[in-house]
Every structure is written in structure tokens, then in C-alpha cells.
Write a protein that binds this ligand. Sequence first.
Ligand code: PXL
Length: 274
Amino acid sequence: MKRVLTIQDISCVGQCSLTVALPIISSFGIETAVIPTAVLSTHTAFTGFTFADLTEELPKIEKHWEKEKIKFDGFYTGYIGSIRQIEYIISIMKHLGNDKALKVVDPCMADHGKLYTGFSKDFPNYMLALCKEADVILPNLTELCLLLDLPYKEYSKLELEGMVKQISTITGASVVLTGVSFKEDELGAMTYDKTKDELSYFFTERVPMLFHGTGDCFASAFFGAVLKGYTFAKAAEVACTFTYLSVKNTREDAKEHWYGVHFESALGYLNSLT
Ligand code: PXL
């Protein structure tokens, strides 16, 4: 059985980051270890959340695991609790990976044109350093604009393709751009597989509602699918379909459940793949 490590926060309530990554990746039949970067009472879209920073735990955990000779076949990083964690995470990926361990970085820091509460304006520069360590990065449009230092606005298909290739050249990583849409009734992802120099798209029907945590569901499903042997393009299809099903199943409940999606109801789809 493959063993992977995901590094992101625990938002105790909020259906994002570790509380979704762990069940989603596990449902592919992959052993999933975690390092929490911080513990929050809720994610940062709520007001008044608590925040316990776990930065200095990271090097201690690395040291213990090195002693125990614990190694991983893949790494997936999400929400990071402090700038200093970036160098610690780079060290963990360098020292605790098996040969050819897959490194997926979700530059989770912003959406809808805005940085998440708590991140400073220079955070995207540090996140770029982490992206340079990755095999695949999974930005949304806001994050792509921040990484490239471009304004957040609507871009044409051709412009987006140029931007995705540009960030791939800068980071050396393949890229999956999430939240791509050229028609009102569709939503999907653009994948640039650097190893094949291939661009591809996949769309599903758009559910015209906004929920938090969909990026984390997408990234977790993508990571699991790649570990299971899917190509980056095919894994992006799986992740789009899984996220679409999760959102569709939350639609009825949108008022009370604005803070996350009912991804549990779509885990059966992932099970059917394995
Ligand atoms: O879903 C991304 C995410 C993860 N973790 C925390 C967040 C967010 C988005 O707002 O606040 C703590």
C-alpha cells in the first residue's frame, strides 16, 4: 500500500483542509499521514476563529520520522500556517520522500481576487518558492495571478494558456488551473502536463453557487488519482467530477452549509474507481 503525507491545517469545523483530505485520499486505498500546520476552531471565512500555530512542531516531527526511517510516496501541501513553515516543508519533502515521490502543492492562499484573512501581501512570493519544489501545482485563477504578479481579472482562453505555461516555466511544475469557465453553464479545469507538453480541459455542469473548501476536495481527489496511476489530465477529470458531485449534493442545504460541501456523499464515486 502506498503511504503519503499531507501537510495543511485542521479547521475543526469548516469541511476543508485536513478534515476533507484525510477521508478523500484514504478512500483511494492509500495510507495517509498528516502534519497539521495549525489548528483553527473554524476556517478563516468565519469570524472570531481561534488559531494555534504549530510551526515549531514541523522540524521535531521530521527529526522523529527520520530516526524511525518513515518515508512517503507522495506529498500534498495545502494551507500553510506561517512563512517559516515553507522552509520546514521543503526540508520534509527533501528528506522523507521515497525515490520519485510525487510532490503536489496547492498554493492555497486566496480566492475571488483576495488573499485569505491572515496572509500578508508578500506571502505569494514565499508560496512561489514552495511551488518551485513541486511536480504539480493546483492554483485557482486568483492564486495564479498572485504567483505571476498579474491583476485579477477575466482573461481569454489564449491568455490563460499563456499564463499556465509561464508559471510552469517559472516553477518547473505541471499545472492544473481550477475554476476555469468559458461558458456560463460549465465549470472545470485546465491541465498543462509539462512532462508531455500537453494542454487539456475538462468541464462539468456549473452549479451556480459558491461554497468554501471545493479547492481542497479537488486537490485531494487529484492527488489520490495520480497516486493510483492516472495521468494528470485524467486525474483532473476525476477531481472535477468528484467536486461537481459534492457541490451538487450540497445544493439543497446551501443556506446552512455555506462553509463547505457534502463531499461524503460523493466518496462512493471515488470507491467505484479503485
Ligand atoms: O479551503 C481553504 C482553506 C483552508 N484552511 C483554512 C482556510 C481556507 C479558506 O478559507 O481559511 C484555514
